[in-house]
Ligand binder design. Structure first.
Ligand SMILES: Cc1cc2nc3c(=O)[nH]c(=O)nc-3n(C[C@H](O)[C@H](O)[C@H](O)COP(=O)(O)OP(=O)(O)OC[C@H]3O[C@@H](n4cnc5c(N)ncnc54)[C@H](O)[C@@H]3O)c2cc1C
Length: 259
């Protein structure tokens, strides 16, 4: 079965699907670049609301300080996947990908946040249906593009105990434009080194591969999926921007369920 988690709908489409979300003001504890093309925003939350695979928060912003085209400001509200901070139950981390200059309003707003500033968030919205699908699954596939890699990490963290107990295998393909776009590489590598029989990560770069790059180059193909996501996977998640998900639609002839 294939499940697609589409992560690039426009903010007004998001709004239309949320039934009057309630926003809470929270403090930004840390705002800093992670790698060359992403930014970490760590927020204080009252107590950690548990979140799992595919969970997301809505973040709200006013573009006043980032976009001269809207002198009165423009209110934006977009979805972001949370990552739990393993060391504490009162933080939630968001990884915001930077886009090509000048970048999107929301990404610039989040990238310009200062420690101590307040931001409005709503959530988490959890995906119980996804967790149900993962229950008792012994082989899981994930195909991630760009910010979709965050769902890859959510999944590995969520399944870590089952992975350690040899109860599940996770097969990931992660596609990025260049090496600079790769996020949390250290943690992904840690998973595959610690669990070489249960975590398989295959990376591909679609634009610039550095000298010495020993993994794949080029867009994800049918052959790549056939080679790195075994047929036996009971569930395969596809996560990434809209055009990425569409491309996967064209490659995979099994039914796609957009959640
Ligand atoms: C469920 C869900 C979870 C999401 N989680 C995350 C997350 O954890 N981190 C994150 O960075 N984004 C995430 N997104 C995308 C996020 O909501 C915004 O759409 C994104 O930050 C761009 O908003 P923007 O206003 O900055 O740019 P926009 O003005 O919407 O777009 C600016 C430019 O960037 C391109 N672009 C927009 N989004 C992407 C993308 N994801 N990858 C590549 N190019 C893109 C656009 O085509 C455009 O050219 C998620 C979306 C959904 C639906």
């Amino acid at each position: 079965m294939i499940i697609a988690l589409c992560c690039d709908c426009k903010w007004h489409e998001c709004e239309a699907t949320e039934s009057r979300p309630t926003f809470t003001k929270v403090q930004v504890l840390r705002s800093k670049p992670v790698g060359n093309n992403a930014h970490l925003v760590r927020c204080r939350v009252a107590a950690r609301d548990s979140h799992g695979v595919g969970s997301f928060y809505l973040l709200k912003a006013t573009s006043l300080n980032v976009d001269d085209h809207y002198p009165m400001g423009k209110t934006m509200c977009k979805r972001y996947y949370p990552l739990q901070s393993p060391s504490t139950d009162t933080h939630v981390d968001f990884i915001v990908k930077n886009h090509q200059w000048p970048g999107g309003d929301m990404s610039r707003f989040l990238g310009n946040l200062q420690n101590g500033q307040a931001i409005e968030i709503s959530g988490p919205t959890n995906r119980d249906d996804v967790e149900e699908l993962l229950e008792n699954e012994t082989m899981v596939g994930l195909i991630c593009g760009g910010s979709g890699a965050i769902v890859g990490l959510q999944t590995l963290r969520y399944l870590e105990e089952q992975i350690r107990n040899n109860e599940v295998q996770v097969h990931l393909i992660i596609s990025d434009k260049s090496q600079e776009d790769i996020i949390y590489d250290k943690e992904f590598r840690k998973f595959s080194h610690e669990y070489p029989n249960n975590v398989f990560i295959h990376r591909t770069l679609t634009r610039d591969a550095p000298k010495g790059w020993n993994q794949q180059v080029g867009r994800i193909s049918k052959e790549m999926i056939g080679e790195h996501v075994p047929e036996e996977c009971g569930v395969v998640f596809v996560s990434g921007p809209g055009d990425f998900v569409e491309h996967m639609h064209s490659l995979i002839d099994k039914p796609l369920f957009i959640l």
